[in-house]
Design a protein around this ligand. Structure first.
Ligand SMILES: C[S@@+](CC[C@H](N)C(=O)[O-])C[C@H]1O[C@@H](n2cnc3c(N)ncnc32)[C@H](O)[C@@H]1O
Length: 186
């Protein structure tokens, strides 16, 4: 069982509240809700991995740790992540760059705080996510409000919202399938 250090997370929240976007790591109950749509043999990208709370749920679901690549922009959280999950391939940097460089994910799981992100950056990232998902792939994102729902519905034909009250703060988990590539047509 991995050890998560909520104090490190809280300190990074105080240092960069907008980028970190939450006071505490995601609960394991929520991580399991997020991981449930993932196919066990799928190739998975986790964006905004923090100290690895969602990672734990994803690893419970996957048949092999090599199926997962994680990305975290904050070097201190990345150091903590490596202590918790030494076997997981971790990129320290911006998830947007990883999306641009890589391709072919069966699931993209996001802890990134999209609601407080600059509008243009969020649009670029949604665009890349749609292009990098394999056919039948799923985009799963945790948010703390329903404000992203309309934007996600413009980008995906199927958007399910699952509520996870066992989280601080209570979370909404978006499960998005069937990317709409020509958004102007909607
Ligand atoms: C709300 S926290 C979630 C952390 C962890 N996944 C969890 O659920 O406890 C958001 C995380 O996304 C990271 N982050 C924000 N913008 C990012 C970006 N563009 N690329 C990669 N990570 C990013 C933050 O540093 C932070 O660790």
């Amino acid at each position: 069982m991995a050890i998560h250090n909520p104090l490190v997370f809280f300190k990074r929240f105080l240092a960069s509240p907008v980028a970190v976007g939450a006071v505490l790591p995601t609960s394991l109950a929520t991580a399991r809700v997020m991981a449930s749509p993932i196919s066990p043999n799928g190739r998975v990208l986790e964006m905004g991995a923090g100290t690895g709370s969602i990672t734990q749920g994803i690893l419970e679901r996957l048949t092999n740790v090599t199926r997962l690549t994680a990305v975290e922009i904050d070097p201190e959280l990345a150091t903590e992540f490596r202590k918790n999950f030494p076997a997981v391939s971790l990129v320290v940097g911006d998830a947007e760059d990883v999306l641009r460089d890589g391709s072919g994910w069966d699931a993209i799981v996001s802890g990134v705080p999209f609601t407080v992100m600059e509008t243009e950056k969020r649009a670029r990232m949604f665009d890349l996510i749609k292009r990098q998902l394999n056919p039948g792939g799923v985009f799963i994102a945790i948010q703390y409000s329903l404000s992203s729902k309309t934007e996600l519905e413009r980008n995906f034909r199927s958007v399910d919202v699952k509520f996870s009250p066992l989280n601080v703060p209570p979370a909404a988990v978006y499960v998005c399938r069937e990317p709409i590539t020509d958004v102007s047509a909607t």
